[in-house]
Structure formats: C-alpha cells, structure tokens
Design a binder for this molecule. Structure first.
Ligand code: NAD
Ligand code: DAU
Length: 356
C-alpha cells in the first residue's frame, strides 16, 4: 500500500477498531486518511476516538448499506478496507443471534460486493477481514489452533464469523479479490467495553461488586494485548500474501480464574483495597463469585502464531502481566471515559448528535 493511500476502517468506534485507528495515525510512515464507517451500536463509542485529527473522517453508517459503502470507496479512492464491524459478544449472540447474522454475515457480504464493484479486478488494493480463533472450536488440554485447523464454530457468534471468513475467501478464489484474514485470540487493553471479562472485573472490583466467574473458571483463553494485535493487522494488510489467513495470538494462555486473580493483584498494587470505602474492608479477591456457566462454553483456545512470525516477523511485544497492569492503570486513569460508559452518557450524546 502506498504511504498516502486512504483506508476504510469499519467498526472503528469499537474497542479494537479505535485502537487500530490510533495505531495507524501515529505511524510515522503513513500519510493517508482513515475513513471510519461505524453504525454506533451500543458498542460504538465516539469517546474512543477523542483527539484524533483531520486525517480521521468519521461516517455514521451500516456496513449492510451497499450503496453507502460503494460511495465511500469511490469518493475517497480507498486502497484498503479493514473490516472490524461486527457484533462481538458471545453472550449476546446466545440471547439474540439475529443481529449477528445480519451484521457479521450480511454486512461482510455487502462490503465484499462493494469492494468488487469499486475495484473491478485491481490487484493493488486489499480487503483485510478481522476474525477470531473461535471459528476453530474448542481444544482439549493440549494442541493449538493452526491456520489449517478445520473450522468448528459452536456459538451463534463464532458461526457468524466463520461464515463471513468463508465469504471473504470465496471472493478471493472466485473473483480474484485481494483479501487477507487474521484470526486472533482474546484481546484486552484500553477502550474495552465492560461487558467483556477483563474490563467488567476491573470496574466491578473498584465498585465492590461481585466478580462473576462462569462455571469452574478453568476455561483457558490466550490473551493478546490490543496494540500488539493492531501491529499484526498492519503487517498482514501491507505484507501478508493475498488469499492467506494468519493466526495472531498473545502467547499468554490463562485460566479465567487466574485472569481474575491477576486483575485483583494488579488493583491491590495500583489502588489498594484498603483505600476503597466501597469495599467495606474486603480484599478485591474476596469479591470473586462463581456463577452459572455460559451455555456451550468452549473449554480452551490456544493459538499457534508461527506463520505470522516466520513470514512477517511479528510476535507479541508484552507479557500478560505487563499488558494487564497497563490496562488496569488505563482504567484507573480514565475515569471520565468509564463514567460515560457506566452511566450510558455516551449513548445520550449520540442520540442528540445522531438522531437521524
Ligand atoms: P466491539 O463490539 O467493541 O466493536 C464493534 C464495532 O462495530 C462497534 O463500534 C459497532 O458500533 C460497530 N458495528 C457493529 N455492527 C455494525 C454494522 N452493521 N455496521 C457498521 N458498524 C457496526 O468489537 P471489538 O471487540 O472491537 O471487535 C472488532 C472485531 O474483531 C470483530 O469483528 C470481532 O469479531 C473481532 N475480534 C474481536 C476479538 C476480541 O477479543 N475483542 C478477538 C478476535 C476477533
Ligand atoms: O477468542 C476471541 C473472542 O474473545 C472474540 O472473538 C470475541 O469477540 C470476544 O468477545 C472474546 O470472546 P470471549 O467470549 O472469550 O470473551 P469474554 O470476555 O466474554 O469472556 C472471556 C472468558 O471469560 C470466557 O471464557 C467467558 C468468561 N467470563 C466472561 C464474562 C463476561 C466469565 O467467567 N465471566 C464473565 O462475566
């Protein structure tokens, strides 16, 4: 990609998309603009994009809106699409799968169609699709997901992501669209919406509320610091071979209960429980509460990222302890962001400014 090319990022008001836009705009070698198309669902938060300058252009809209996407690709002469837009929460997909089918499958389809129409056989462009390790299903005690592991999605969320991955590859094989896919493990870091385990536990702990651990807490995830993930995506979209999938992992396999205990330890270090009146004399770890398990809860995920390391020289730059501590520090230092998310104020602002 040329250094002054324009990029279309979808879902850029969400957790990873916002971190990605920040990452890209801070790169000394990149001079282009980032057009950010986001529908602003409950997970989209314009506070995540505070302080970005004029090289960031926000457009409210739905990836299912083919005409809108095509218009943006043409108007801004987009050379690369990076698709983050999706419904992303497994629990929500269990309670209401329809929106996952619509945004994750139909939305990706509409983006692919628009890219095919706008780019008409060009090879100097790239469609990068951001996907998940959950498409590979659940592991036993040993083994890791490789790019060649057969797909075996088990929740409505992972099934919708698997479906979108298949569409992306089909457009490569059938129409020659220059695509890449990255399948990554659980991200964590700044701007993470507190429905997901790590930010939920941090914020509940600070308020002296129960820290919910599903089932026996022995499910294993491979935690990836979000900025490392952004660096991996940048490499894949610029240097990855078209038609290829790259797995991205954090080299940080942890049981959920150990993640929760790690958060409690980090909080004791940076904001000791003895100084928090809301805890009424309890230590953070005493708030841990085992609750009913998630239906169909996958037991273990682990990523073999040797392909991206070998081909593109990427590897994670932080340990889980380092990443977790900087995440806890970020939440402690960003009380206005936290307040707006917790009170829903970020939605009120959206209603006022985007009431169409
Ligand atoms: P998120 O829920 O924080 O953000 C999703 C964003 O997409 C929101 O801003 C939302 O408004 C927007 N969006 C949703 N539907 C849309 C639509 N139809 N049109 C336009 N915008 C829409 O999600 P995230 O955690 O940042 O995840 C981003 C992507 O990365 C997703 O595709 C997800 O499947 C994938 N992923 C996430 C993780 C993770 O740990 N968070 C891991 C692997 C893969
Ligand atoms: O593996 C990648 C996936 O990671 C992404 O594709 C998804 O978009 C992302 O949401 C994430 O999915 P998970 O379901 O793994 O994330 P979540 O934070 O919801 O849960 C992490 C683990 O913690 C999981 O095993 C369920 C458990 N959990 C979660 C919550 C919210 C709890 O024990 N208690 C909780 O309250």
């Amino acid at each position: 990609m040329r250094s002054d090319a324009n990029i279309l990022v979808t879902g850029g008001a969400g957790f990873i998309g916002a971190n990605f836009i920040r990452y890209v705009l801070a790169l000394p070698g990149f001079k282009g603009r980032v057009i950010n198309l986001d529908k602003l669902t409950y997970a989209g938060n314009l506070n995540n994009l505070d302080g970005l300058g004029s090289r960031h252009v926000f457009v409210k809209g739905d990836i299912c809106d083919y005409r809108k996407v095509l218009g943006l690709l043409r108007r801004y002469k987009i050379a690369c699409v990076v698709n983050f837009a999706a419904e992303s929460h497994v629990d929500r997909s269990i309670h209401g799968p329809a929106e996952f089918v619509r945004s994750n499958i139909n939305g990706t389809f509409s983006l692919l169609e628009a890219a095919r129409a706008a780019w008409a056989g060009r090879k100097d462009v790239r469609f990068h699709h951001v996907s998940t390790d959950e498409v590979y299903g659940s592991l036993g005690k040993t083994g890791k997901f490789k790019e060649t592991t057969p797909y075996d999605p088990r929740s409505p969320y992972s099934a919708s992501k698997a479906s979108s991955d298949h569409l992306v590859m089909a457009y490569h094989h059938t129409y020659g669209l220059p695509v890449t896919i990255s399948n990554c493990s659980n991200n964590y870091g700044p701007y993470h919406f507190p429905e997901k385990l790590i930010p939920l536990v941090i914020l509940n702990a600070l308020e002296g509320k129960p820290l919910p651990v599903y089932g026996d807490g022995m499910q294993v995830r491979d935690w990836l610091y979000v900025v490392d993930h952004c660096a991996a995506i940048w490499r894949v979209m610029n240097k990855g071979r078209t038609g290829q999938t790259y797995n991205v992992g954090g080299n940080s396999e942890m049981a959920n209960i150990d993640v929760v205990k790690g958060i409690c330890a980090a909080l004791e270090k940076f904001q000791p429980s003895c100084c928090n009146a809301l805890l009424k004399g309890k230590k953070y770890a005493e708030l841990i509460t085992y609750v009913k398990d998630r239906p169909g809860h996958d037991r273990r995920y682990a990523i073999d990222f040797s392909k991206i390391r070998r081909e593109l020289g990427w590897k994670p730059s932080v340990t889980f302890k380092e990443g977790l501590e900087s995440t806890v520090v970020w939440y402690l230092g960003n009380s206005a962001w936290v307040r707006d998310v917790k009170t829903g104020a970020y939605r009120g602002w959206l209603k006022k400014n985007y009431s169409r």
